[in-house]
Structure formats: C-alpha cells, structure tokens
Design a protein around this ligand. Structure first.
Ligand code: GLY
Length: 371
C-alpha cells in the first residue's frame, strides 16, 4: 500500500458518489467501486427533501435541517463541477390530515403553516374529502434524483478525476492484526478475483452494508413506487399523505411512493398487493390522479437501522468510514453526510479544515455503536 493509493468508496449510489465528490474536491484521489448502479437507492427514491413533512425528531431532525440548508450550495458545486443541472425544486410540501387534532399532533407542526379544509383545497385543488386539515412546509422541497442528480454527480466526480470500477462486487474487507484496513477483495465485472490494497475506504453500500461488516445493524426495507404523467402544473407542491406521497416534477411527471415492507427482506420485484396499496393511496389522496396514465413501476431497498438514523463516521476497522443506513432520508441527508464526513476524513490526516465543533457533535450522534 502506498500513500498515493486512492481512497476506495465502496458503493456507487448516491452516498458513494456524494462522498467521492466531496473527497475529490478536497484533493483526495478516489476510486468508486460499484456493483450495479440500477439498484442504488438514489435511483429509486422520490427525492423528497422533507425533514419537516416527514416529522423527524431529535438529532435526526437537526441533521436533516442542517442538510436542507446545505442543499443549494451543494447543488451549485455539483452543477459547476460537472455542468449538468441537478433538478432542485424548492416547491414546498403539504401534509394533509383527517382532523385538526391530528395536524396539531404532528411532531414538526411548529415549523409549518396550519391549513384548514379551505386552505388545503386552495393548495391542493381536488384533495380527497377525508382530509380536513393540513400543514404547509414551504421550506421543504424535492430534487429530481432519478433523472438529474445522480447523473450530475457522476459527471462532477469524473470531472474531478474520480476513477470508477463498474460492475465490481466487493467480497470482503481485509484488516491487519492492528485492526487497520489493508485491502478489499473484489470480483471484477469480468469475473476476475482481485485484491486492492487500501488503507482508507468509505463503506456506502446502502442496504447491503452489513454483508461486508456484519456487526452493522442495517437491514433492508423494501419500497415499491410508480410514476404518473399528469398535465403540466396540475400539482405545484409535493403532497405527503399517510402512506402515499406524490412528487410532481417540473415537466408533469409525478413520482408516487411508496410501500414500506420490512418483512420482504431482499425479495425483488413488484407485487400485486404493493401496487394495489399505491393505487388505493392515490385514489384517497387525490382522486383525479387515478386518471393520470402510469409511466413506470419500480422497487428498491431502503437501508434501515434500529432508530432509523444513519451510521456515520469511523467503524470498528481503522481507516474504514461509514456513510450508510439513511433509511427514508438518503436524498435529504446526502449533502450533510458528504460534507461533514469528507471534512472529518481529511482533517484526521491533517488535510483541510475540520468541521465545526457543532457539526462534529452532530456527526457523533450517528456513530455506528450508539445502540
Ligand atoms: N422518504 C420517503 C420514503 O422513503 O419512502
């Protein structure tokens, strides 16, 4: 292993790309090892930026708010480095409730604007009749992760010299008697077994992370989704209903999510029950949307942890850093994860500016061994 060996980022999904980008921006040589890009949660998620609409609490809410605030400058960096637009849309999110009491009990109600039925109808003409109240979070929004952000990040990484090893599956991590990471074993796209020497790596394998490091409490929670083609501007804001949400893109495509199936494990594919649940959710939330033509259907695996917060920072193997376990909030938390963790990784080597004391404290709340 030599000091010029690149830092390896294990996982080419949103978190892996975001880490590679921030590390490369800080002058680190980086190689991303990616098994199958299409399974990355970054291509599956709806792209909601919703710490308030999703009612996060405690340190996870603070992390989400910190990330939401970082979004515009993070996106500006990606767009400047790679030249592609990321599709950030600060359009606000409306959360409908069946009663004013349910609305007022929402954990983040204090951050939103309370709506009665008339206010809800004004925001969302045609909203289902079972909803009598709502909260408008103007500060929440969305990004077009599937069609724009992932591609933009990939280009930004390439422009900064990040290397990619596509179709390669990491099989094992090798550490020495001192507990220091020494190498990763992988199978290349051509089926060749390789050992890559490396003293430093970032584990960003999403729902599959525990397959490499079994002590990590990360498990898959399957989500099925679909998209509809609405008339352009039929929906101005994201609608985050109970169990179903509608995320309208600029061109009228509406992404609809999502089932939450912990019991499904890694079982692949759509199911009639999952698709029925989404259709019923659409009909209850916005009846007219049941008439909009369906475009695509897909599924993916959220990387969940026991407290639904991510695992960030050092691991039990010296030199192996964790950026995984973001569950429902990977798209939201990408900027804060990448910026704070890249600063920590570089400053641990005496390179670059360390994160502020407040940011370090925030990261420390998400250590893998907190449970
Ligand atoms: N954040 C939405 C979801 O995971 O379905």
């Amino acid at each position: 292993m030599s000091s010029s060996d690149p830092l390896l980022v294990l996982g080419g999904g949103l978190m892996g790309l975001a880490m590679a980008h921030q590390l490369a921006r800080r002058g680190r040589p980086v190689m991303v090892i990616s098994r199958r890009r299409s399974e990355a949660a970054g291509f599956v998620a709806a792209g909601m930026l919703a710490p308030h609409a999703e009612g996060l609490g405690g340190a996870l809410l603070r992390l989400g708010q910190r990330s939401l605030a970082a979004y515009p400058s993070w996106v500006a960096q990606i767009e400047a480095d790679g030249g592609l637009n990321c599709g950030l849309r600060p359009c606000g999110i409306v959360v409908p409730f069946t009663s004013a009491a349910a609305r007022d009990a929402h954990p983040t109600a204090a951050y939103g604007q309370a709506l009665d039925r008339a206010g809800l109808e004004q925001e969302l003409p045609g909203i289902g009749t079972s909803f009598q109240a709502g909260l408008l979070f103007e500060q929440d929004g969305q990004i077009d992760n599937r069609r724009q952000l992932m591609r933009a990040l990939e280009l930004a990484c390439s422009a900064l010299g990040v290397q990619f090893q596509e179709g390669a599956e990491v099989l094992a991590l090798e550490s020495g008697s001192s507990g220091q990471l020494e190498a990763v074993k992988l199978r290349t796209a051509e089926g060749e077994l390789q050992t890559l020497a490396c003293g430093e790596a970032v584990l960003a394998c999403g729902a599959w992370s525990a397959q490499l490091l079994p002590q990590l409490p990360i498990f898959p929670v399957k989500g099925q989704m679909l998209s509809l083609q609405a008339p352009q501007r039929a929906l101005g804001r994201v609608v985050f209903g109970p169990g179903t949400y509608l995320v309208p893109r600029e061109d009228g495509l509406v992404v609809v999510g999502a089932t939450s199936e912990a019991e499904a494990g890694f079982s692949e594919g759509l199911t009639p029950q999952g698709q029925r649940t989404l259709q019923e959710g659409i009909a209850a939330l916005l009846p007219q949307a049941s008439q909009w033509p369906p475009m695509e259907r897909w599924w993916g695996f959220r990387p969940c942890t026991p407290d639904e917060g991510p695992l960030l920072g050092p691991s039990s193997i010296a030199g192996l850093w964790l950026a995984s376990g973001h569950h429902r909030n990977g798209v939201l938390l990408a900027p804060v994860t990448a910026e704070l963790l890249a600063a920590e990784i570089c400053s641990a080597r005496g390179q670059g500016k360390a994160a502020s004391a407040a940011d370090q404290q925030l990261l420390a709340a998400f250590r893998w061994d907190r449970f």
